[in-house]
Design a protein around this ligand. Structure first.
Ligand SMILES: [Fe+2]
Ligand SMILES: [Fe+2]
Length: 177
């Protein structure tokens, strides 16, 4: 792999979680916080010119978490009949595509591609969380409050391979009908 050109690594403004990013669904907020953390971790590894193994570890964690989170939101949208599913998913797909390109460039020895990806992702995540995910959060909260709820298998809290979010209380449940 070519030697890294650290001087061209973009100094991304660290992602700092605050309440303005909350979509008021503890499970999703926890995932967003984790994405913030993993993006910062990868950026720190790039800035410190970390060894290849350390960089790969941070990169794999970041990429896996993006897909895990996007897939989770998309399952929630499908299982609850969310009307803006395609619009929302297209935004996820844009990041998927950009990430795939950056990974190919990185595999060819270009660390700057990861830096550029992170800079793009940081801005995207702030915007996407603040609008698109917030709209989804409002929809899901209302969905849960409906007096007649979907079948148990379709409840949006039913997540395949769900990982418990330690600091997050369970999703609010609609009253039994
Ligand atoms: Fe989203
Ligand atoms: Fe999200």
């Amino acid at each position: 792999m070519a030697s890294p050109k650290r001087d061209k690594i973009v100094l991304m403004r660290p992602l700092q979680w605050n309440d303005s990013y909350s979509i008021f669904l503890p499970e999703i907020d926890a995932e967003h916080r984790n994405l913030f953390r993993l993006a910062n971790d990868l950026h720190a590894a790039l800035l410190s010119n970390a060894p290849e193994a350390r960089l790969q570890e941070a990169l794999q964690a970041f990429v896996a978490d993006i897909e895990d989170h996007f897939s989770h939101e998309e399952r929630l949208m499908r299982s609850t009949g969310y009307g803006s599913y395609l619009w929302h998913k297209r935004q996820h797909d844009g990041v998927r595509q950009r990430t795939k390109q950056a990974l190919e460039q990185f595999a060819a020895g270009d660390r700057e591609a990861l830096s550029a990806l992170l800079e793009h992702f940081a801005g995207w995540l702030r915007d996407h969380t603040g609008l698109t995910d917030r709209m989804l959060g409002a929809y899901l909260r209302n969905y849960e409050r409906r007096p007649i709820v979907a079948a148990p298998a379709q409840r949006f809290t039913a997540r395949k391979n769900a990982r418990p979010a330690p600091s997050c209380p369970a999703m609010p449940r609609a009253p039994a009908s």
